[in-house]
Design a protein around this ligand. Structure first.
Ligand code: NDP
Length: 487
């Protein structure tokens, strides 16, 4: 912060003599072109906005720490997880998904849970949600799906017909639809919800053995949700309620925390387990792969400047560190491209050098140079090619992953063939207590009733297939008959 007596300057540092009155020809006269301070100010103002994120546009974030509480070295050699008690700095951004930057925090929507861990081996991003699964299992359908969650091309309004037309032809969405319309679709705040890495990732230990892993961040504040009525009310009263809640709780020293848990599976299990463990519409049942608590995540520092640190925060699941890798999950593979591509579009090719995005505990050493808004030293006088004989950084095979065996003929395989889209959705319905089931049914009926009769009739059999009672009650709520297809 500058001192109150400091002289204001132009962007080039020259003192400003008057920031109240434009330079004019006479007291009533037109402004003069030579008032470069006025021109610079208006021109900069016009350029204050960058494209908002096409998804996850409305968000809030904070810094904190991730502390290791359990020895995980049998499964990963990642340096930041190498010792019990070790702490790493993190930045976590929460968000809604479908709404624009000014939309209400309380809207029914999944919540983004994007974590950047500043490790000594580079930044590791876990770009998750508050749900363990997703609506899709093939990234080719992502733009179509998101279009249905946005605005009708003609009316520019949200449109229940688009939403349910798509879902009624996308049974793989059933599991996530059930979560979305449950109480957890409207979390009370960003502090009162879990986070999930959602995909399977790989962990690799010092002996080069690969394990598949899923991340679960369990809120220590307890799960708390709004009912649909409460969410609608708070959306009107305070559209920024979750943003405000996160900032205020950290300012007051009431630091939100999550238990960091993993499910771990030896590499070979993926071939023999009954369901496709790389299918993002499925969870790994806890009975087969129990949660192992490995750490604690605490948020304890608010950003100083929202635009610089939250709006410009850029996460990508492609940011991994030695000891951690990807999986064959099709959706993950699509995201490995899409996230960094979005940042190059929104923020520019050098977004990785912005303070919130650059490594905090590691050094960038490579031969990437130039590009728009190159504001660091650009590699100085060092070499900009490799191999070289003048002492630039070299690649190091010690960090190579063990080979991953992949077989299969290149083809466009139906991602629906042989997939059970209903059992886990039904399991979730069946584990809900009666009052949660009642609200789930009411929330779905309340939304789908705005869709056409034809779309309603096409959608109901999916709910019935998940659970006869579930589908039957939705049919009853809509006043239509349920087909006899469910359990
Ligand atoms: P478990 O009984 O071991 O686990 C049930 C899980 O459901 C708990 O993690 C619980 O989370 C979570 N849950 C409870 N209510 C809701 C809700 N309305 N929306 C989302 N999650 C909720 O069972 P299984 O592992 O066999 O899974 C059964 C079903 O539970 C799955 O089909 C899936 O829908 C759901 N689930 C499973 C998860 C997994 O990784 N296995 C993770 C999250 C959900 P909490 O403990 O935080 O209350």
């Amino acid at each position: 912060m500058t001192d109150k007596t400091d002289t204001m300057t132009t962007a080039s540092g020259a003192p400003v003599s008057d920031n109240q009155n434009s330079l004019t020809a006479g007291p009533r006269g037109p402004v003069l072109m030579q008032d470069f301070h006025l021109i610079e100010k208006l021109a900069h103002f016009n350029r204050e906005r960058i494209p908002e994120r096409v998804v996850h546009a409305k968000g809030a974030g904070a810094y904190g720490t991730l502390k290791v509480t359990q020895d995980v070295t049998p499964w990963t050699k990642a340096a930041f997880l190498s010792q019990v008690g070790k702490e790493s700095e993190v930045f976590l951004r929460f968000s809604t998904v479908g709404g624009e930057k000014g939309s209400a925090d309380a809207e029914r929507d999944p919540r983004g849970f994007a974590l950047k861990i500043y490790t000594e081996e580079g930044n590791y991003d876990i770009v998750g949600n508050n749900t363990p699964v997703f609506f899709l299992r093939d990234p080719l359908k992502f733009p179509d799906f998101i279009h249905t969650q946005k605005r009708n091309p003609a009316t520019n309004c949200k449109d229940a017909n688009m939403v349910w037309d798509f879902w009624s032809q996308s049974p793989e969405a059933m599991h996530q639809v059930t979560i979305l319309f449950s109480d957890r679709g409207t979390p009370r705040s960003y502090r009162h919800m879990n986070g999930y890495g959602s995909h399977a990732f790989s962990w690799i230990n010092a002996a080069d053995e690969r394990f598949w892993v899923k991340y679960h961040f369990k809120t220590k504040q307890g799960i708390q949700n709004f009912t649909a009525e409460e969410a609608q009310k708070i959306a009107g009263i305070d559209p920024d309620h979750a943003t405000r809640d996160l900032y205020a709780s950290i300012e007051e020293g009431d630091f939100p925390a999550w238990r960091v848990c993993v499910q771990i599976m030896p590499e070979a299990d993926a071939e023999t387990y009954g369901i496709n463990l790389f299918d993002l519409t499925k969870v790994w049942p806890h009975s087969d792969y129990p949660l192992i608590e490995i750490g604690e995540l605490v948020l304890n520092r608010n950003p100083e400047n929202y635009y610089a640190e939250v709006e410009q925060a850029a996460f990508t699941p492609a940011n991994v560190v030695p000891g951690i890798g990807f999986s064959p999950d099709k959706m993950l593979q699509g995201r490995l491209f899409a996230y960094a591509d979005a940042h190059r579009y929104r923020l520019g090719v050098n977004h990785t050098a912005l303070p919130v995005n650059c490594p905090h505990a590691a050094k960038v050493q490579n031969y990437q140079r130039d590009g728009a808004m190159r504001f660091d030293g650009n590699g100085g006088s060092g070499p900009n090619y490799q191999p070289n004989t003048v002492g630039g950084p070299v690649d190091n095979a010690a960090h190579a992953e063990p080979p991953l065996k992949i077989v299969g003929d290149a083809d466009r395989y139906s991602h629906r063939d042989g997939n059970d889209d209903y059992t886990q959705a039904g399991n979730l319905y069946r584990l809900m207590p009666a009052d949660q089931q009642n609200r789930l049914i009411a929330n779905i009926v309340g939304h789908i009733k705005s869709a056409s009769a034809e779309i309603q009739a096409r959608m109901v059999p999916h709910f019935v297939a998940a659970d006869k009672d579930y589908g039957g009650r939705i049919a009853e709520g809509l006043g239509i008959s349920a087909p006899d297809v469910g359990k």
